[in-house]
Design a protein around this ligand. Structure first.
Ligand code: AMP
Length: 565
């Protein structure tokens, strides 16, 4: 299949903001794609060439991209840079410069989807000495054969800014509309089946191929693959214990530990650990791997729990920051494991020796979990829990959790299956803090005076789940220590996309938990709201921008303010 066909679709997608129209455009594309290109097309529609869990990401420094454009068009790097300053968009720059190419290409081939996909995969995986040059060559090779518009989208894909407004929900619906609904499957069933398979496989490319080949039944029978993360179940916020008891008269109540979700896969002697964002962190936690190998008595399983940094003297948690240090660590890992030991508290199991357990009620899953875990204090334990229908007892348990410096409690419906994501009827969380927001930093401002070398105030944004775009809602410049300003500046610098005077705009990657005094309406920000006195609570290294709070949550919090204040 020619890449040109995909580019035509990108353009159509870019020209409409209507969700249903986008869905139909994508469904048509998927349906018309030959089998051998389907996997590639589904991924490229998301602007990626590997599913996220593999850890391989596209990306290239601005200067390298400028070089690739220069090599393939014959313009000098300075000329490319000038055009870039003028347009503020490297994709557009490539398009314009390819149109006005200075050199005649001798061997020009029509770009195929396969060629683009293969080169981009190599860009994402090439590392080590000489990798920068190799990457530049791979991109230049593509741009050399590209038509102007093709060039634009190749550059945008590599830089992770496709801007066609296609979020995961749309891909899911489009797959259902491409292969199931035309065969008479009801919309709701079709979407649910695609969603189920996606939650387990975490790769829409594979889901689409499976859906086309094996239809509805194929999707329903998907089994987890050991070593590949599945999406996780999460809790919704409950206003009060009473409220949950009204819905579920008997509940399982557990400590909500303050650490990191660990999804642990075991296959014989092999163990993998994944975060809730499906990132693999096995290498960073050799101590947890050993503990699981020695004390989880199952040939094959997927279990879940919270790993938190423990103070061996008091048994209480160390600050979350300590755990972040372990997650980010690339060397001296064994020493770190000794310095900052991790306690694992397990709370669920979804797969055991070939059997898929998602549909078993929680109380039965817990029994299975208890059967296979050999507890070792301060290393591996089942989450502390009670089964209760008594408010007083639950409140006491809540206070116990807080006095042990854990975050709060999770109240769980004992009859609930394992449901991916956040849903009523499953898990409820109760914690004491005022509602904070998890926001994405989309820009920042250079400081003044003693802070001149730092980016010292940050433009915050919520997510629009329909378009995948980020809408601004405030500026934050407090709650950070000098060290944190410095650290944040280091994090943001490589993400800078453009500068306007003292303001820089960055790739939306960093998520921060923010407290505030109030939410106000404001035309100054694109969300229509402004946070008053936003303060940094912590950097959410465990969350990605796609998990940040949405515009809907911001609106809801704004509206609920009235009730109390
Ligand atoms: P939140 O990030 O506030 O939505 O809370 C969800 C997270 O709480 C999960 O991803 C877990 O990492 C964590 N957690 C801690 N203890 C538990 C527990 N007992 N059951 C479920 N999740 C827990």
């Amino acid at each position: 299949m020619e890449y040109k066909k995909l580019v035509e679709v990108y353009e159509k997608l870019e020209s409409t903001t209507k969700k249903l129209e986008k869905r139909d455009i994508l469904a048509k594309l998927f349906r018309e794609t030959p089998d051998e290109n389907l996997y590639q097309i589904v991924l490229l529609s998301q602007g990626i060439v590997f599913p996220k869990f593999t850890g391989y990401e596209l990306g290239m420094a601005t200067q390298m991209m400028i070089k690739a454009i220069s090599i393939s068009t014959g313009f000098t790097s300075t000329e490319v840079e000038e055009k870039f300053k003028e347009t503020g968009d490297l994709g557009l720059t490539a398009e314009i410069l390819i149109k006005n190419k200075k050199q005649v290409t001798l061997i020009k081939k029509t770009l195929t989807v396969l060629k683009v996909f293969t080169n981009l995969r190599e860009v994402a995986t090439t590392t080590g000495p000489g990798s920068q040059d190799r990457k530049i060559r791979l991109v230049a090779e593509l741009l050399n054969s590209a038509e102007p518009k093709e060039g634009k989208y190749i550059v945008r894909t590599i830089l992770g800014e496709l801007r066609i407004g296609v979020a995961e929900g749309l891909i899911r619906d489009a797959i259902a509309y491409a292969f199931l609904i035309p065969k008479g499957v009801k919309e709701e069933d079709a979407i649910q089946a695609v969603d189920y398979a996606w939650n387990i496989l975490s790769d829409f490319g594979e889901v689409a191929v499976l859906c086309k080949e094996k239809g509805l039944e194929g999707l329903k029978n998907v089994k987890p693959v050991l070593g590949r993360p599945i999406q996780v179940m999460l809790g919704i916020k409950a206003e009060s214990i009473e409220e949950v008891l009204k819905r579920h008269p008997v509940v399982i109540v557990e400590f909500k530990y303050d650490g990191m979700r660990m999804q642990i896969h075991k296959k014989g002697e092999k163990v993998w650990i994944f975060t809730r964002r499906l990132e693999e962190v096995t290498k960073q936690f050799p101590d947890v791997v050993e503990t699981v190998k020695n004390h989880v008595k199952a040939e094959e399983c997927i279990i879940e729990g919270e790993g938190w940094p423990i103070d061996k003297q008091t048994g209480k948690p160390l600050p979350f920051q300590k755990l972040s240090q372990r997650i980010q660590r690339k060397y001296d890992i064994e020493r770190m494991a000794k310095e900052i030991p991790v306690q694992l508290n397990l709370f669920d199991i979804v797969y055991l020796n070939g059997e898929v357990l998602f549909n078993k009620p929680l109380k039965e899953r817990i029994k299975l979990l208890e059967e296979i875990v050999e507890e070792v204090p301060m290393k591996i334990q089942i989450a502390e829990r009670i089964i209760s229908s008594d408010i007083k007892e639950i409140e006491e348990f809540y206070h116990k959790a807080l006095s042990l410096k854990q975050e709060g409690i999770m109240i769980k419906n004992p009859e609930s299956p394992y449901i991916f994501g956040r849903h009523v009827g499953g898990w409820y969380k109760i914690k004491p803090t005022m509602e904070t927001l998890d926001l994405v930093i989309v820009g920042a401002e250079w400081g003044e005076g003693s802070r001149a070398k730092w980016l010292s105030s940050y433009i915050l944004a919520v997510r629009d789940p329909d378009t995948g775009e980020f809408l601004t809602c405030g500026m934050m410049g407090t709650g950070l220590t000098e060290e944190q300003f410095q650290e944040m500046t280091e994090r943001l610098k490589p993400l800078i996309e453009r500068e306007e005077g003292r303001v820089v705009w960055v790739r939306p990657e960093i998520v921060v938990e923010v407290s505030y005094q109030e939410i106000q309406k404001s035309p100054k920000y694109t969300s229509g709201f402004a946070l008053r006195f936003p303060r940094l609570v912590r950097v959410r290294t465990d969350k990605g921008p796609e998990e940040a709070d949405t515009i809907d949550r911001l609106k809801m919090l704004f509206e609920s303010q009235g009730k109390f204040g």
